[in-house]
Design a protein around this ligand. Structure first.
Ligand SMILES: Cc1cc2nc3c(=O)[nH]c(=O)nc-3n(C[C@H](O)[C@H](O)[C@H](O)COP(=O)(O)OP(=O)(O)OC[C@H]3O[C@@H](n4cnc5c(N)ncnc54)[C@H](O)[C@@H]3O)c2cc1C
Ligand SMILES: O=C(O)[C@@H]1CCCC=N1
Length: 388
């Protein structure tokens, strides 16, 4: 066991949110340690995989507004790290016209003056010939959207953090957190003391919070990440300018179905269901529920005539869901120098740089750059509990 070491801040969890937070802290000249339980890079949490959607299309204004800064910061990271992290494809949003989520997306885009193209049924067929638009569905394109190269982005942000003197210790699991004016963090390999601690432990958040006598109403679900083979290679390819897409609701489901153009695996299109079955993060692979895949098969058979309606590749990932699907970005209710970034509910990657900035601001006791009221723990009221 190594001797005790002192830091301004210890960040627990080197997924996208912890890595971005650590990077922001070191940019503020804070002596920062980023701890990760697994050897990096790993595929056991929520931030792995080659691609994620980035978009301004949201049902709520506050996300669309945050995305303005996210785009700027991802572009800056591309410059600093000298790698391409973003490819603009647009996001095709489809759903029952004039109501529900589809209407919310449309309103938010228009209100925030996001470059958007509304497709009529005729020009939908012309521009997107290999997708069936259901009867009664509207379609629009958020032109600003595209694909974020996730694994590459994570590597870039961790690399920039280290370049500025930040320390990453992987293969080192946090076993205990002892709150106090100086927080004591005990890992499988050592003991650290820090003025503040940021918990960004993804699906393991409540395990860590248990050491502080507190629990959040989080649910962890396993997502089957499905890739579907093109009947004719190239039909849905990123190079053919096929967009990312999102179906708000359809004959198969009231949950969203989303997809990304064929890119990382030639000839395979990623299409996922925005919900999964409950799992324990340490036993993710024992969760074998495939009802999400059955829903996707029916959807692909009905609406994606150029794809074989049987997944060719299935990978795994996890969502950490809050009851309202909004993030948790807040101080620990009992200890103001323990900060929590959690519950990213399957849509947090694109926000990484801004989440990092906000968690950094909270840990330094600064006024946050965005209104955090949608993300406060207090909104759960009776749903939070003491773990003591
Ligand atoms: C299939 C899928 C598709 C998605 N698609 C999109 C998308 O298109 N766009 C988008 O914006 N978002 C998307 N998301 C969501 C996004 O990927 C997540 O919100 C984000 O990755 C969450 O990051 P995180 O850092 O909170 O969690 P994680 O990546 O899970 O990181 C937490 C880290 O903490 C570590 N840890 C936990 N406990 C300890 C401990 N005791 N000691 C040390 N380390 C510990 C874990 O090992 C892990 O590395 C998707 C997610 C999935 C699963
Ligand atoms: O965040 C995203 O863009 C994706 C697609 C919609 C559902 C969740 N993740």
């Amino acid at each position: 066991m190594s001797t005790q070491q002192d830091y301004d801040c210890v960040v627990i969890g080197a997924g996208v949110q912890g890595s971005c937070t650590a990077y922001q802290l070191v940019k503020q000249n804070k002596k920062t340690l980023l701890l990760e339980q697994f050897i990096l890079p790993h595929t056991r949490g929520s931030s792995h995989g080659q691609t994620r959607i980035i978009r301004k299309a949201y049902e709520q204004d506050f996300y669309t507004r945050m995305m303005e800064e996210c785009y700027r910061q991802w572009t800056q990271l591309e410059k600093d790290a000298g790698v391409q992290l973003f490819r603009q494809t647009g996001l095709l949003v489809m759903g029952p016209e004039n109501h529900g989520d589809y209407q919310l997306f449309k309103d938010t885009l228009q209100k925030n003056k996001v470059p958007t193209v509304i497709l009529t049924r005729d020009n939908f067929k012309q521009h997107i010939p290999n997708v069936i638009l259901a009867e009664g569905d509207g379609a629009l394109v958020d032109v600003t959207a595209g694909v974020l190269f996730a694994d590459r982005a994570l590597k870039a942000v961790q690399g920039q953090f280290q370049k500025l003197g930040g320390v990453i210790r992987d293969n080192e699991r946090v076993m205990e957190i002892k709150p106090g004016s100086v927080v004591k963090v005990t890992t499988s390999k050592g003991v650290y003391r820090a003025r503040s601690v940021v918990i960004t432990a993804g699906p393991w958040t409540n395990r860590l919070l248990a050491h502080t006598g507190f629990q959040l109403p989080l649910e962890v679900v396993k997502i089957n990440v499905c890739y579907w083979r093109e009947k004719t290679p190239g039909t849905y390819d990123v190079k053919q300018r096929f967009p990312c897409f999102l179906l708000t609701e359809g004959a198969e489901t009231k949950e969203h179905i989303y997809g990304l153009p064929s890119n990382e695996y030639p000839g395979l299109v990623k299409i996922c269901y925005h919900m999964g079955a409950k799992t324990d993060p340490d036993y993710r692979d024992l969760q074998t529920d495939k009802s999400d895949i059955d829903i996707l098969k029916r959807y692909v058979a009905r609406c994606m005539p150029g794809l074989i309606p049987e997944p060719a590749v299935v990978e795994s990932c996890m969502y950490t869901l809050t009851p309202d699907r909004h993030f948790v970005l807040d101080y620990h209710p009992n200890y103001s120098n323990i900060i929590i970034g959690a519950g990213f509910s399957g849509h947090g990657f694109k926000f990484g740089p801004v989440i990092g900035k906000l968690l950094c601001e909270l840990s330094l006791g600064e006024v946050p750059s965005f209104d955090l009221s949608p993300f406060r723990i207090g909104r759960f009221q009776s749903k939070t509990k003491s773990a003591l």
